[in-house]
Design a protein around this ligand. Sequence first.
Ligand code: C2E
Ligand code: MG
Ligand code: MG
Ligand code: MG
Length: 277
Amino acid sequence: YQAKRHKLVTRTFEPWMGQAVAEQLHIAKRLAIALANRSLYLHFQPQVDMRTGELIGAEALCRWWDEELGEVSPGQFIPLAEERGMIVALGTCVIDEACRQLGDWQCQGLVLKGQLAINIAADQFDDNDLVSTLLTSCRLNGVAPEALSVEITESGIMTHPEDAIATTEILRSHGMGLSIDDFGTGYSSLAYLKRFSADKIKIDISFIRDMLTSDNDRTIVATIIAMANTLGLQTIAEGIECKAQSEALLAMGCTQAQGYYYDRPLTAEQFAQRWLM
Ligand code: C2E
Ligand code: MG
Ligand code: MG
Ligand code: MG
């Protein structure tokens, strides 16, 4: 036991670990610079009605291309921003950029059907300034709050459920949408779910990915859709990659989707060209 224990202790000091920490630190520094320069940007992925293929909204997804590091994926830099206390600043940039783009499209006479969804991390959902950040950005860019929707994960809501309930009510009172992202992967209780003023549930990609081959996943998807119907919530499936998935979902009563089968996240120009004209 002692030997094993000793081995474990020495392992903590292996050089690659120091390197990994140093690398994370370096990426965090580059991210801080990117935030200061406002060089993060957004891609836009359409959300469609699977029955008609028509646009019903879009999701804004943050992108970062760094001179030194190249393209860094949000799967890497979002958790890093959360760990290093940069997520509120990042989220504020995203809100501002989303509103600026919506205002820009409006000026060009382009209308986005439905709402533009913005991802909000747990720490920002807990931040007292969130509502005023959103409303101020809307006002400055001439965008109606009703043009926005907020995506928050279950864990984002469950850190301080009572505060989160209050925040969701304020957002909804201004006409903003509220979707629960990655639904099914967290641990939110049904009792709370009923009290959140959400209007939509996003079925997590992991269940969609395997629903055609796994009875379990198909049952989970069907259960989520049935539960959402009971609670009066809409459902949208994320990560639709083929026709068979859309057909299965339609048969279960889910009509909204987002995924490569319809289109990838696009630059603002591409999105406007393909979906707004
Ligand atoms: P998410 O909010 O669940 O976003 C959906 C992710 O699924 C996006 O990944 C999107 O590109 C990807 N996706 C869409 N359709 C398909 C498909 O058919 N197949 C597959 N395999 N993937 C698909 P992305 O852009 O890499 O973002 C990853 C996550 O990073 C997001 O997951 C979200 O949690 C986070 N994120 C992205 N932008 C922001 C942001 O502005 N703020 C915050 N707080 N988080 C963000
Ligand atoms: Mg999302
Ligand atoms: Mg999601
Ligand atoms: Mg996801």
